[in-house]
Design a binder for this molecule. Structure first.
Ligand code: C2E
Ligand code: CA
Ligand code: CA
Length: 403
């Protein structure tokens, strides 16, 4: 079964009119019928989607696949030739997905269609005008993603997330704040790091629920720590996803969480990424100003890895730039990384912002950063992200070692 979808058909329809679009579809159908043998089937599913079913292919899978692929290539060539419509030439290309079916396997009729459709999507994402075979691994990837998504929704409901905190250090050894980093405490898999689920959560509204949970939990912690003399002045940095920040009531949500938890807004820092600045920069600035007016601070995370325009940077009410760990890692051996981190320090200085380096693992890295003018650090050199009770112990220990 071949699933044939025309590339950019909508564009043709929109630019030269529907009746020419209709004519193009007729010509495509004609050409499709010339690519197959008697007994094969050509059908239009709807819109610019066609399905071709080939009969009597070899009994051996690999040979059948080759035969189907030959027809796929033939269709691609045939549909790629210019179309004459009302005296003008038009071009169109197809993306084609192929799957085998029959051959003794019993399955529902819509299964092969689904597979061919998936393969067609692979063809599209491979750059269009392409033929792609359905690959079982693709199916496996898709199912495991779907499982993960279901798992995440359940986890939110069952309260399986936990916040870890990683200290932020000023100067030689003073803990001045922490970054809250979410963990999924999975009953079977143990502690799952955010790298394995944040991106997926960001593709759906899950990130909104998760993000609100993180914000709420961090603020409750902040309020609790304010009651303890050792912890009272630590800032808490919370990561905010682009989708979350762009949500229409993000500002209200933050203010509501602050009101509900009684956390001091001056100790709350939101970490934004450059990806958030790509769209609606004026809207972003307005939201930042509102939150900033209540005392909330802003740090630009992973700085240098995205696409911030320096002109925008000047307009944003930021407090801090965070040097990405990608530059810190090889700062001692890679002169480009060293140059970039130096540039970020200078930029922060000239914009009147503070600067912090993340992913600091060795004292040599710390000293090098200090020599560049960066005096705040976060990284394994001091501590990994740890649960709140461990953090309290760490803070107590570091206080008493100062005495
Ligand atoms: P990030 O915001 O850049 O966080 C820093 C990551 O670097 C954390 O990974 C941290 O554990 C790790 N790290 C810290 N120090 C070192 C070091 O010295 N060496 C090395 N190799 N790594 C270090 P983690 O906790 O796995 O978080 C990964 C990413 O997941 C975060 O990157 C952040 O983008 C995202 N994330 C975590 N929590 C949240 C959250 O609550 N909301 C959102 N939207 N994203 C989150
Ligand atoms: Ca961060
Ligand atoms: Ca970062």
């Amino acid at each position: 079964m071949l699933f044939v979808d025309l590339d950019n058909f909508k564009l043709i329809n929109d630019t030269v009119g529907h009746h020419r679009g209709d004519r193009l579809l007729e010509l495509v159908a004609l050409r499709l019928t010339t690519c197959v043998r008697d007994g094969d089937t050509v059908a239009r599913l709807g819109g610019d989607e066609f399905v071709v079913m080939l009969e009597d292919l070899s009994e051996h899978e690999i040979d059948a696949a080759t035969q189907a692929e030959v027809v796929g290539a033939k269709i691609r060539t045939a549909l790629g030739q210019a179309y004459q419509i009302e005296g003008a030439d038009y071009r169109s290309t197809p993306s084609i997905g192929i799957t085998l079916f029959g051959g003794g396997h019993h399955e529902a009729i819509d299964e092969p269609l689904k597979r061919a459709d998936l393969a067609m999507y692979q063809a599209k994402s491979a750059g269009r005008n392409t033929v792609r075979f359905f690959d079982p691994k693709m199916q496996a990837d898709i199912s495991s993603r779907a499982e993960l998504e279901v798992g995440l929704r359940e986890a939110l409901r069952k309260n399986e997330f936990q916040l870890y905190y990683q200290p932020q250090i000023a100067g030689e050894n003073t803990i001045v704040g922490v970054e809250a980093l979410v963990r999924w405490c999975h009953p079977m898999r143990g502690i799952v790091p955010p790298g394995e689920f944040i991106a997926l959560a960001e593709e759906s509204d899950l990130i909104l629920t998760l993000g609100e949970w993180v914000l709420n939990t961090a603020c409750m912690q902040l309020a609790r720590w304010e009651g303890s003399p050792e912890m009272a002045r630590l800032t808490v940095a919370v990561n905010v996803s682009a989708r979350q920040f762009h949500h229409f009531n993000f500002t209200e949500q933050v203010l509501a969480v602050l009101a509900r938890t009684g956390a001091n807004p001056k100790l709350l820092k939101l970490e934004l990424t450059e990806s958030l600045l790509i769209k609606d920069i004026d809207g972003v600035i307005t939201k930042m100003r509102t939150l900033k007016a209540c005392g909330i601070g802003f740090s630009l995370d992973d700085f240098g890895t995205g696409y911030s325009s320096l002109a925008y940077l000047k307009r944003l009410p930021l407090d801090q730039l965070k040097i990405d760990q990608g530059f810190v890692r090889d700062i001692l051996t890679d002169s480009n990384d060293a140059a970039i981190s130096k540039m970020i320090v200078l930029l922060a200085e000239s914009l009147g912002l503070t600067v912090i380096a993340e992913g600091v693992e060795t004292d040599d890295q710390r000293r090098f950063l200090a020599s560049q003018g960066c005096h705040s650090y976060q990284g394994y050199l001091y501590s990994k992200p740890i649960p709140p009770t461990d953090l309290e112990e760490l803070v107590n220990r570091s206080r008493s070692s100062h005495l």
